[in-house]
Design a protein around this ligand. Structure first.
Ligand SMILES: N[C@@H](CCC(=O)N[C@@H](CS)C(=O)NCC(=O)O)C(=O)O
Length: 199
């Protein structure tokens, strides 16, 4: 199978790139400089209709959405054990955390940094930043409790769900100082060989 990852450093393409490294797969990496309009060319929009990264070429097909790509890749290569099998008792929890990262944690995380760091100052809306920061901290507080005594989201088994989650947690080194369990978790994840290769 020929795999081509379209990505850019320090973006959501780190998720599938990290996973590809964990899986030990050969892939081609094509850099798309989304900050200088490389995503908006006609040619690239045939690959990713929104001009974003990541996108994954799979032989002659293309898929986009970082979570979907990670979900798909982990299932395609079961021998590496990065997704519990469909009939495993851990599968339901795995699905829960995959979606949790994208649907529960990512919206407040992204909206908070959008309105506190990414947008030019005159475009930031303080009430949006404040509301999302509050929601983010509430979400992290509960996560900090749920991860207590766990090495990874699924216990002892590292999985693609940890990649989905840790990529977001790495955005907030300062906030994580109030959450020691999450900080330890991030230290563990951030020291994985595959992550160090792509960071
Ligand atoms: N939900 C999508 C979001 C993709 C996304 O927002 N990518 C950003 C980089 S992290 C991007 O390409 N931004 C450029 C743009 O939106 O023009 C995913 O997880 O793949």
């Amino acid at each position: 199978m020929k795999l081509t990852l379209y990505g850019f450093k320090k973006t959501r393409s780190m998720r599938p790139q990290w996973l590809l490294e964990e899986l030990g797969l050969d892939y081609k990496y094509i850099e798309i400089d989304i900050f200088h309009d490389a995503g908006m060319t006609k040619k690239y929009r045939k690959i990713h209709p929104y001009g974003q990264v990541p996108a994954l070429g799979i032989d002659d097909n293309i898929m986009f959405e970082s979570g979907a790509i990670c979900h798909w890749l982990a299932d395609q290569f079961p021998a590496q054990g990065l997704a519990p099998a469909l009939d495993s008792p851990l599968r339901a929890e795995y699905e829960q955390w995959m979606f949790y990262a994208a649907a529960t944690l990512e919206p407040p995380a992204f909206n908070y940094i959008l309105h506190s760091q990414i947008l030019p100052e005159d475009k930031r809306v303080k009430v949006i930043a404040d509301w999302n920061e509050k929601q983010l901290i509430y979400t992290l507080r509960i996560l900090n409790r749920l991860l207590k005594d766990k090495h990874y989201l699924l216990g002892e088994q590292f999985s693609a769900a940890d990649i989905m989650l840790a990529y977001l947690l790495f955005w907030f080194p300062d906030i994580l100082q109030q959450f020691p369990v999450l900080q330890d978790y991030c230290d563990r994840l951030g020291n994985r060989e595959a992550y160090l290769k792509i960071k």
